[in-house]
Design a binder for this molecule. Structure first.
Ligand code: NAG
Ligand code: NAG
Ligand code: NAG
Length: 273
């Protein structure tokens, strides 16, 4: 009985010492995992193992924070799965404090942000009823960067529990997926452009090979468009010019009422030619 117990003890100690309990990914809390949390974690994949650093000054002391997205800050076997650590230079030594571990991850998202939380950090000495420290990283959508602008916002420890260190950063992974739906307007525009192209090319081929037209005449319905152009020029002349030009304009008698009938009239003239 005692031998068995010893064995269990030795095995447990061994696994801790050899670092078999090291993980290399964010682990969600609880046996039953939230589907949404798992889906949002997948979106962080492009940032996985990326390292970000930020500094703050408090009085004479400089604190440096190192954040690794779903990876360990320390890759050695002494690691305790820390995902966000604070280090403070004291004379020649560096004091490090674990703020959060990837073994206790929470993740929440909204339309253009993702909030990543690492819990189970080192316990506070005096504040917050000596609970474990916790890091919250607010990732905001920014299409121009895969990851950047990591900054320290504040440390909230003036309460008896649920204290946290708050950080923020920018990343495109927090952006909503791009909608690639074409609007009805653009579809109509495309259809129109295609019809125009078919008209011009088809008409050109017809004029050239069936009618046997040459030069500009190959352009489909060339005379009609030419006339339309003239008509439009007349219309513009009529609308834009302040005083009537010559008797030529007067003879044509382009008035509001006649304007609509004009093309037919002219086409009739042209037909026999
Ligand atoms: C830590 O190890 C992981 C794989 O285990 C690797 O992807 C990552 O680049 C390493 N980070 C550093 C800083 O060496
Ligand atoms: C949160 O992320 C999930 C998974 O990517 C997504 O399906 C959901 O629409 C996001 N929530 C919001 C409010 O955008
Ligand atoms: C916490 O309280 C101290 C004074 O007790 C104050 O200087 C500090 O700004 C407070 N911090 C926050 C985040 O409210």
């Amino acid at each position: 009985m005692q031998v068995q117990l010893w064995c269990v003890c030795i095995v447990t100690v061994l696994t801790i010492v050899t670092g078999d309990n090291l993980v290399d990914d964010c682990q969600l809390v609880g046996d039953k995992k939230s589907f949404n949390e798992q889906a949002v974690l997948k979106r962080l994949a492009p940032l996985k193992n990326k390292r970000f650093e930020a500094e703050t000054q408090e009085g004479t002391e400089t604190y440096k924070y190192t954040f690794v997205v779903c990876g360990r800050v320390d890759n050695s076997s002494e690691s305790t799965n820390e995902g966000l650590v604070q280090s403070k230079k004291v004379k020649d030594t560096t004091e490090t404090t674990v703020i959060g571990r990837i073994t206790e991850t929470h993740i929440i998202n909204g339309t253009d942000w993702i909030l990543l939380i690492y819990g189970n950090g080192e316990k506070y000495d005096r504040h917050c009823n000596q609970e474990a420290r916790k890091a919250m990283v607010m990732i905001s959508c920014n299409k121009n960067t895969q990851g950047g602008a990591f900054t320290v916002i504040s440390e909230e420890r003036n309460k008896s529990k649920e204290c946290f260190y708050l950080f923020e950063m920018d990343s495109s992974v927090a952006c909503p997926p791009e909608e690639s739906h074409l609007s009805v307007g653009s579809i109509l525009l495309i259809v129109f452009a295609v019809l125009v192209a078919v008209y011009i090319i088809g008409g050109f081929l017809y004029q050239r090979f069936v009618v046997g037209a040459k030069g500009m005449e190959q352009f489909p319905n060339f005379t009609f468009w030419q006339e339309l152009g003239n008509l439009m020029a007349d219309g513009c002349d009529f609308v834009c010019r302040s005083r009537p030009r010559t008797s030529e304009t007067a003879y044509r008698g382009v008035g509001d009422d006649q304007l609509g009938e004009e093309p037919e009239e002219r086409d009739d003239h042209l037909l026999p030619m």
